[in-house]
Design a protein around this ligand. Structure first.
Ligand SMILES: [Zn+2]
Length: 335
């Protein structure tokens, strides 16, 4: 068990290993990491824009003396912008991802598309409301995405100084490729977005069963310190909570699919219990949608709203649920 507080900035895990955390971990506020030994270094992920990444790299230099241009290797755990859009500041490094992540990076929404959506958000109804609430304030103007320079399939063993570092692609799960970065001698693992801690996981790709398998794989390793893609540093209890959520969503979605509910009705109908204390509960809309996509493949039914429609439905879910909580609050006052 570790006692690291969830403060913004660089956390020294010990023996040349660091985590960089960005509370509160919600949309776009991701974590990263640095592994160093004998003047060699490996950076795990960059952040959502270059100023955020520059601040992180400065903190890393202050702690280790290693400048951004001296970083040997960058591993992008997956394709989402909040883990890759700062890559341009680490151009001297060899940039490694799984083959699936490199492919997905070519298809991902671009920084310019995000800028355009923000400019147009006022005309986009509830989807626009969602975009303004969650994605304002990042510096994406003119940002070009820097692509990986090396890809791997399955697993890749690296050395940082004398330290062994094991990369393993456990995707598709959160995205098409999801790489774990494991440092066995130090019993530390960086999981990318295979783990959201105290925040709701989001199933962009699935299958969910594969993500649950990834959680089981982490639980099988000899690890003490687990750095998630979002949220505070955790241990195996954090992994179990994510696995429990995924199991729960999977079972409850299936029940409602079989009963003929549509995915949005199902998302609203599933009681979150303790999972409701996490941030970004509205992601259940995407999660149930992803489950239905899997079920529909079995039944060949098609139900495919686009991303803007999903953003709109997430905003509706948020608005409904804040109405529900205001309503129950009033009821209490009346009695
Ligand atoms: Zn992320």
């Amino acid at each position: 068990m570790n006692n690291t507080k969830y403060n913004k900035g660089l956390h020294d895990i010990g023996n040349g290993i660091y985590a960089y955390l960005q509370p509160d971990g919600s949309w776009g506020w991701s974590n990263a990491g640095l592994i160093t030994d004998c003047n060699e270094s490996l950076l795990v992920d960059t952040l959502y824009d270059q100023p955020l990444t520059a601040t992180m790299l400065k903190a890393m230099k202050d702690a280790t003396g290693i400048e951004a241009k001296e970083i040997n290797t960058l591993v992008n755990t997956h394709a989402n912008g909040d883990h890759t859009w700062g890559n341009g500041l680490v151009r001297n490094a060899e940039i490694i991802t799984s083959k699936q992540t490199a492919e997905q990076m070519l298809e991902e929404i671009s920084p310019q598309m995000m800028v355009n959506m923000l400019l147009n958000a006022k005309n986009m109804g509830e989807a626009g409301e969602f975009i303004l609430e969650n994605f304002s304030g990042f510096a994406w103007e003119g940002l070009e995405v820097t692509m990986p320079t090396k890809t791997f399939e399955g697993e890749l063993d690296l050395k940082v100084g004398h330290k062994s570092v094991k990369l393993k692609n456990v995707g598709p799960a959160h995205t098409d490729g999801d790489t774990l970065v494991y440092v066995p001698d130090d019993k530390v693992i960086y999981t990318g977005d295979i783990l959201f801690i105290d925040g709701t996981p989001v199933i962009w790709s699935g299958p969910t069963s594969n993500w649950i398998k990834a959680c089981d794989y982490i639980l099988s390793l000899d690890v003490d310190v687990i750095v998630p893609g979002h949220g505070p540093i955790t241990d195996k209890n954090g992994v179990r909570q994510v696995r429990d959520y995924l199991n729960y969503i999977s079972v409850e979605s299936r029940r409602r699919f079989d009963a003929g509910m549509n995915f949005y009705e199902a998302a609203n109908d599933i009681a979150l219990g303790d999972f409701g204390k996490w941030t970004d509960t509205e992601r259940i809309v995407i999660n149930v949608f992803s489950q239905y996509k899997e079920f529909n493949k079995e039944t060949t039914k098609a139900e495919v709203p686009d991303i803007i429609e999903l953003l709109k439905l997430m905003q509706q879910y948020k608005n409904n649920n804040s109405l529900k909580s205001t309503h129950s609050h009033n009821c209490c006052e009346n009695h």
